[in-house]
Design a protein around this ligand. Sequence first.
Ligand code: HEC
Length: 205
Amino acid sequence: MRNDRIVFVIACVLLVGVVSCRGDRSELPPVHLNPNMDQQKRIDPQEPDPLFKDGRGMRRPVPGTIARGQLRIDDHLYKGMVNGTFATTLPSGIKLDRWLIKRGQERFGIYCVPCHDPLATGNGIVYRRKAGLPKPANLHDPRIASMGIGYYFHVITTGQNAAFKQLNMQPMRNVIPARDRWAIAVYVRMLQRSQALTPTNGGTN
Ligand code: HEC
């Protein structure tokens, strides 16, 4: 008799455990039998923290901190400069091949054509439509075409007269990775060469 009751109670508990709640959704956190240190008190982004004098929970990194993989001491690769002048060669890590040129053409199409137009003569759709936009440079201008390739990298990286005119060409170092900036610089040079060709100078330019 006694055993029957115990069996009955266990059966009920099992039944409830197996059948109930199945498929139900709950807003409550799941039962956590052994919490270890999974959930601890913490300061969430934008939360105040009285521990610090200024009361901010979000702290700046210690000055001079460099995140892993972000050390940029190679001036050739990251600034387009060699010994203080604009580089005339590609950095050692950038290989001039078909892929780089294709990539440059594609990225030029995305980032430069709207202002500079597909042939880089400075007559892009944004300039034609937007009154007040400064005239984008014609990249075949002899002054510009005579610059070392590092100069184009530099202009893409830091912008052109960006600080003086709001609508001017803005720095794109945070938008276009260094490798792609080199690809674009190469493509600019290709455009300059190809557009200067005539039936008689046959590639000597
Ligand atoms: C928002 C429009 C805009 C975009 C996008 C833009 N540019 Fe420009 N760019 C300009 C303008 C405007 C100037 C001329 C600024 C001046 O002379 O004050 C200029 C100037 C230049 C110059 C000439 C610098 C000199 O010595 O006079 C180069 C080179 C150049 N751009 C390359 C590029 C490349 C490459 C891209 C794409 C990555 C690009 N630009 C994207 C507007 C743009």
